[in-house]
Design a protein around this ligand. Structure first.
Ligand code: ASP
Length: 355
């Protein structure tokens, strides 16, 4: 099993304010390593941030550029929305919508296929201020399950809708219902073929990635969102971790926000997101250390891999994966960071208000 663990001490946000180059690869050794797993008790101002991921696993060599472009665009979009509306929920929803439209990711258009060749999508969104959340599963023929999840939260008395019920809400809310098969791509069909000939249940290691976003505003409000087509070759009706609050998605202003990716059956059994945030809230762990510890434990316990992005209530970031790769990007002020492989942290200076 791949066992790369991204020790992103760099992502404890020691901002390199003197970064003048437009783009460069920062070696993580340039960053200060945390001397303890405890978070710093010093109160620092919170910098609004939007952090996204494009899934843990393997990324085809010929897709790396597009995947980086995709996650960076999503982070920038989310950040712009955060600046404009001041809403972390809007920010994570809009960031995820960008990736749902991109065929290089396993969400919305480009979702992987069930064993019958259909698209069945899961999504969840959660606000840390009031612990409100909305979840959908077995959503079909819509491009933006994440927005449907938000409608579940805001327009119904319920918090989780599945299948026909979710689709009937989509129709009532005016979502465009696409012709059957419109979300299916050549790449997802090819993956299903591979799945059927190799008969492996860990194909997420070679598929495009689930997508997710977490965000924080200057007041410490956090939100999380995750959207996915699930696993290639899954049985119709299979539900992954992504729409399960506490497993693939969670947000609480008292601790932080997490969006996870990887082997859904392991992530849900381990309650991954909740465990990470519990270490922050109850043991005062730094978010990166909490993420590394819990993800390592999960990987060891189930022999299955995954990844996650997180922001804690102080605005510190956690990025961690036990797969070969995980694409991620975040914008904070005028810095746009991005990475795919272990230790990679490309930084661009962007116009704070541009997309
Ligand atoms: N966690 C997703 C699922 O199991 C898949 C992924 O993240 O790649 O549905």
């Amino acid at each position: 099993m791949p066992r790369a663990l991204f020790i992103a001490d760099s992502l404890q946000i020691n901002l390199k304010r003197n970064c003048h180059l437009n783009m460069r690869i920062l070696k993580s050794s340039k960053y200060k390593t945390l001397s303890s797993r405890k978070s710093s008790s010093r109160k620092a101002a919170i910098l609004p941030t939007v952090l996204v991921h494009g899934g843990a696993g393997h990324i085809r060599d010929d897709w790396v550029k597009c995947v980086k472009f995709g996650v960076k665009g999503a982070a920038q979009r989310g950040y712009k929305v955060l600046q404009k509306t001041g809403s972390v929920l809007d920010a994570v929803e809009q960031a995820v919508r960008v990736l749902e439209m991109d065929i290089h990711f396993n969400a919305g258009y480009g979702s992987v296929l069930t064993v019958d060749g259909d698209v069945e999508m899961d999504a969840a969104i959660m606000a840390g201020a009031n612990l409100e959340g909305g979840c959908v599963t077995m959503a079909r023929d819509i491009t933006h399950p994440i927005s449907l999840a938000r409608r579940v939260m805001e327009k119904t008395n319920y918090r989780f809708l599945a299948g026909d019920g979710a689709m009937s809400l989509a129709r009532n809310e005016g979502f465009e219902i696409l012709p059957k098969g419109a979300l299916v791509t050549k790449a997802s069909q090819k993956l299903l073929q591979i799945f059927k000939t190799t008969n492996t249940d860990t194909l997420y290691n070679v598929t495009p990635g689930t997508v997710g976003a977490v965000a924080i505003d200057a007041c410490g409000n956090v939100a999380a969102a995750t959207s996915t087509g699930g696993l290639t070759g899954k049985l119709s009706g299979r539900i992954g971790d992504s729409p399960l609050l506490g497993a693939g998605t969670y947000a609480d202003n008292k601790s932080g926000a997490v969006s996870a990716t990887g082997h859904g059956e392991s992530i849900m059994r381990y309650n991954l997101s909740s465990r990470v945030l519990a270490l922050v809230q109850h043991k005062d762990y730094a978010i990166q250390q909490a993420a590394e510890q819990i993800l390592k434990q999960m990987t060891k316990r189930f022999n299955q891999t995954g990844g996650l992005i997180a922001i804690d209530h102080r605005g510190q970031l956690g990025i961690c994966f036990t797969t070969e790769c995980m694409s991620w990007a975040y914008q904070q002020a005028n810095e746009l960071h991005c990475g795919v492989t272990v230790g990679e942290d490309e930084v661009e200076i962007v116009n704070e208000t541009s997309e």
